[in-house]
Design a protein around this ligand. Structure first.
Ligand SMILES: C/C(=C\CNc1ncnc2c1ncn2[C@@H]1O[C@H](COP(=O)(O)O)[C@@H](O)[C@H]1O)CO
Length: 282
């Protein structure tokens, strides 16, 4: 079965997820939880409804934390839901998923089609842990078949928390509004110090160059961001460079380096004291 064909069962049989519940055919409601929360025009009993909704939102956080707490070090991968199997972007997503898995990282995606499916597939092929954080959408297609650990969310904001909390880096492939939203959320969190040592890698130099030029030539030039903020982004087509950028910021590696530096300093101090006692210089 080709990649394209193997995705068909999801698209031909639409389904909707509500937390742990899967809905198909007549049981699918005409609106999503995000729509009912954000799109509400009826103010009648909004107070009591929204207050109760908070409990559902809270439950969504609890379910997410519970499902993901034991995750090994992971990287979140974002990119277009619309890229076709066998396209160059699909191949890049698959190579990236495999490279991350080979480097010991679980791969977290939005669990949907396109780049998400490609990265999940690559992770599975390389024997890694493939995670999908799905979202309830009006035109939802369900979780792609290469997701091994999947969690479905009603609310975008709860899902976004999980992408950041359980990953130690973001890799962003070419994409549209959804991808840009995820990219700029990460950059804002890093810029404002809400997360530290969080590498953001953009892959697809040709696709992203126009945006980067605009960020430098307009946004930074007009003082809306500082030039240093652009250093938060690593733009590359090179898989090794992307991985190096992630690994070098890995808290495990940083802790190892700090321990080695501390050991070297304490060794030096010890030698100096011993030399002082012996009455000669080292
Ligand atoms: C539009 C199509 C499918 C929608 N299904 C999605 N499933 C899960 N996650 C999604 C979906 N669509 C967008 N996302 C999230 O946004 C990013 C991609 O958005 P873009 O606008 O396509 O760049 C992605 O990283 C997801 O987290 C296909 O018919």
């Amino acid at each position: 079965m080709s990649d394209h064909q193997s995705q068909r069962p999801h698209s031909s049989s639409p389904e909707r997820h509500r937390g742990a519940v899967t809905l198909r055919r007549e049981a699918i409601p005409t609106s999503t939880a995000d729509q009912r929360l954000l799109d509400s025009r009826h103010r009648g009993d909004w107070k009591s409804r929204d207050a109760w909704r908070v409990l559902r939102i809270q439950a969504e956080f609890v379910e997410g934390f519970d499902a993901l707490a034991e995750l090994p070090p992971a990287v979140s991968v974002f990119g277009s839901a619309r890229c076709a199997p066998h396209s160059a972007e699909w191949a890049l997503g698959e190579r990236l998923g495999a490279a991350l898995a080979n480097a010991g990282y679980a791969v977290i995606t939005g669990g949907g089609p396109g780049v998400m499916a490609a990265a999940n597939k690559g992770a599975v092929a390389a024997g890694g842990l493939s995670v999908g954080l799905g979202i309830e959408l009006p035109f939802e297609q369900g979780m792609n078949e290469w997701v091994d650990l999947g969690v479905n969310f009603r609310y975008f904001f709860a899902r976004k928390t999980m992408f950041v909390k359980y990953a130690q880096a973001f890799v962003v492939l070419p994409g549209g509004f959804g991808t840009l939203d995820e990219l700029f959320e990460a950059l804002t969190l890093v810029q404002t110090g809400k997360v530290t040592r969080f590498p953001v890698v953009l892959m697809g130099v040709a696709y992203w160059s126009g945006l980067i030029d605009w960020l430098r030539g307009s946004m930074a030039a007009e003082g809306k961001i500082s030039a240093a903020d652009l250093d938060l982004i690593c733009l590359t087509d090179d898989m090794d460079q992307a991985l190096r950028h992630i690994v070098e910021a890995d808290p495990r590696l940083v802790a190892e380096q700090e321990a080695a530096e501390e050991a070297a300093v304490s060794h030096l101090v010890h030698d100096q004291l011993a030399a002082d006692e012996a009455g000669h210089e080292i």
